[in-house]
Design a protein around this ligand. Structure first.
Ligand SMILES: Nc1ncnc2c1ncn2[C@@H]1O[C@H](COP(=O)(O)OP(=O)(O)OP(=O)(O)O)[C@@H](O)[C@H]1O
Ligand SMILES: [Mg+2]
Length: 279
């Protein structure tokens, strides 16, 4: 199957009348790394909450692995799509970290042994094993975010959706999460994140979806992040690497480097060139 996620003309209105999604369509291929960007209030979180059936479409369709999400397939979809909420306080509520992370696997009717293995692995992955007996409400915000991520990892879903995954994580925690996402990608898990971090999107994503006013403004590869008109329209800014090379038009680069590795390569080539000129 080409597209593991398909959203077609999705509309959603909150009870107070706010039209959060207004005819949004997008498609995501299996195994891809997708970053969803867009201004505050664009509808990113509302969209993500549709991807595992927490919200059901008011109009339009969401298909996961070719199957439409409805009240009937809701339970099935929750086993396929793991969602890490933007705010860990909406997700982490059990009386201990261990209990919280085991909640999903227990509900999947796995054996006690399998539940234990998965919870241990997930807590180790987010470096929270030493806090396993702690009450989540005594944790720092970043620690709660790690527990929320562990809860989803322990369910081993085919699709992992993370809303602002790096929020509140310290630099080492961010690097560690990036390593987890890379490992999941290696295992062909489809990963979707909503983020305001254009630098992360430029480094990590192979597909970028830009949202505004409850619709898709643009879909494409990370070159969208160097598109002046789009960046302005979506209230984004250029990734730092792009910004640096935009200020060096004399290098005549097209396309501009977007990742640190690409930048290093270009600079190294320029240095070589310069040292030849010196002779
Ligand atoms: N529970 C709610 N009730 C009413 N309106 C809501 C609710 N949750 C979100 N909204 C509104 O829906 C719109 C989309 O919100 P959403 O949280 O999906 O945006 P977002 O793109 O995730 O923003 P952010 O970048 O701030 O996380 C906004 O106008 C918001 O005010
Ligand atoms: Mg949000």
């Amino acid at each position: 199957m080409a597209n593991i996620i398909e959203v077609e003309d999705l509309h959603f209105r909150y009870r107070d009348g706010t039209e959060a999604l207004r005819g949004l369509s997008l498609s995501i291929r299996k195994g891809s790394r997708v970053a969803i960007l867009g201004p505050n209030g664009a509808g990113k979180s509302t969209l993500l909450l549709h991807l595992n059936g927490i919200y059901l479409p008011a109009r339009g369709k969401v298909r996961i692995l070719g199957r439409e999400i409805t009240a009937k397939t809701e339970r099935w979809v929750k086993s396929k799509v793991g969602l890490v909420f933007q705010d860990p306080d909406d997700q982490v509520f059990s009386s201990s970290v261990w209990e919280d992370v085991s909640f999903g696997p227990i509900n999947m009717n796995l054996s006690a042994e399998e539940v234990r293995t998965r919870v241990e692995q997930a807590l180790r992955a987010v470096q929270m094993e030493e806090h396993k007996n702690k009450a989540p409400y005594h944790l720092s915000y970043g620690q709660k975010k790690r527990v929320a991520i562990a809860g989803v990892l322990a369910m081993e879903p085919e699709i992992i959706v993370l809303d602002e995954p790096m929020g509140y994580l310290d630099p080492r925690g961010k690097d560690n999460l990036l390593a987890i996402l890379n490992e999941l990608h290696r295992r062909e898990i489809t990963i979707v994140i909503a983020t305001h971090d254009v630098d992360l999107a430029a480094e990590w994503a192979d597909r970028v979806i830009i949202m505004k006013n409850g619709r898709t403004l643009a879909e494409g590869d990370t070159s969208l992040l160097a598109d002046e008109e789009l960046v302005r329209a979506a209230d984004l800014r250029f990734p730092v690497v792009v910004e640096i090379f935009r200020r060096l038009p004399e290098l005549n680069l097209n396309p501009l480097p977007k990742t640190i590795s690409e930048a290093v390569e270009v600079i190294r080539a320029e240095l070589k060139h310069a040292s030849w000129e010196h002779f």
